[in-house]
Design a protein around this ligand. Structure first.
Ligand SMILES: Nc1ncnc2c1ncn2[C@@H]1O[C@H](COP(=O)(O)OP(=O)(O)O)[C@@H](O)[C@H]1O
Ligand SMILES: [Mg+2]
Length: 280
């Protein structure tokens, strides 16, 4: 579909659906090419009778799941629609929501997911294990070879375009729901995103903070690597925040670089985390 010519409404069985806008983020993926290849393979279609798969991307919060999913989708030059799942996500939120407009008539608004299905885009179902089993249930037919969803609210069946792709990101932490087995078996393959190696982690920090000088990137990378080795859940997101706050403090005071990073670590992650800093 050509840019700017995207239809913002689609009619199905006499019902007009208003589509969401795709997400535009300014992020590039650095290093860890293997996981990107795994995701691309899962989405590929190798024969007329083949279907794309619905991978799940598993990793600790802040390890880069949303970034990887987005960057990989953009590599395919598709529109990307991010659906942020939460504890409060209801089945109809995932599909079509009725909105009363000014004249008292009802407008049917397609979710990010349904907008991706209809426009042949890519949906990132982000932090999927924050939503309940009830919400997942409405996606069962989408995630097998039927590739459709049924909206009770709008009374329509929505078929996914052949170009539609989906990836669910799942947080590997305790604050989330178990995904029911029949959904788990439809979210295949599982792609695990782990902590990056030292050189890659430094490159990621540099990509996210292009204005930071090398010394601070080295120091924060050393901190993160020591924390990974001790199996702490600190990720590159924490590293970016630590370096960013330290840079702000340095700009505002005469503090030394080590002091600024030290203080920043305490503010971002707490007192205990400071033990992973080298102090020589
Ligand atoms: N390989 C990477 N390349 C570029 N940025 C990355 C990479 N890994 C992590 N990041 C950065 O780390 C932060 C957290 O990543 P994010 O994708 O939001 O994590 P998650 O979705 O796993 O919680 C973001 O600022 C992102 O830009
Ligand atoms: Mg995320």
């Amino acid at each position: 579909m050509t840019k700017g010519k995207r239809p913002r409404t689609v009619e199905i069985e006499g019902v007009t659906l208003h589509l969401a806008h795709p997400d535009e983020l300014d992020i590039a993926w650095v290093g860890q090419q293997e996981t990107m290849k795994q995701l691309l393979a899962a989405w590929s279609v190798i024969d007329d009778q083949d279907l794309p798969m619905n991978p799940r991307l598993l990793g600790k919060p802040g390890v880069g799941k949303t970034t990887l999913a987005y960057a990989t989708a953009k590599l395919l030059e598709r529109d990307v629609y991010i659906f942020q799942a939460t504890m409060d996500t209801r089945p109809e939120d995932l599909l079509i929501t009725p909105v009363v407009d000014g004249e008292g008539s009802i407008r049917y608004v397609a979710s990010a997911l349904v907008s991706a299905m209809l426009s042949g885009g890519i949906c990132i179902l982000d932090e999927g294990n924050r939503m309940s089993e009830k919400s997942w249930a409405s996606l069962a037919p989408l995630l097998d070879n039927r590739r459709y969803v049924e909206s009770i609210v709008a009374g329509v069946k929505v078929k996914a375009s052949p170009d539609f792709r989906i990836v669910a990101t799942l947080n590997d932490d305790a604050s989330t729901y178990e995904i029911p087995e029949y959904i788990h078996s439809r979210l295949q393959p599982q792609i695990i995103l782990d902590f990056p190696e030292s050189d890659e982690e430094r490159m990621i920090l540099a990509e996210n903070l292009p204005f930071a000088d090398g010394e601070i990137l080295d120091y924060v990378t050393g901190f993160l690597q020591a924390a990974h080795a001790a199996d702490e859940p600190f990720t590159v997101r924490d590293g970016v925040n630590i370096a960013r706050y330290a840079l702000k403090m340095l700009a505002a005071s005469e503090a030394s670089l080590t002091d600024a990073v030290q203080q920043s670590v305490v503010h971002v992650l707490g007192e205990d985390a400071a033990r992973y800093l080298t102090t020589d």
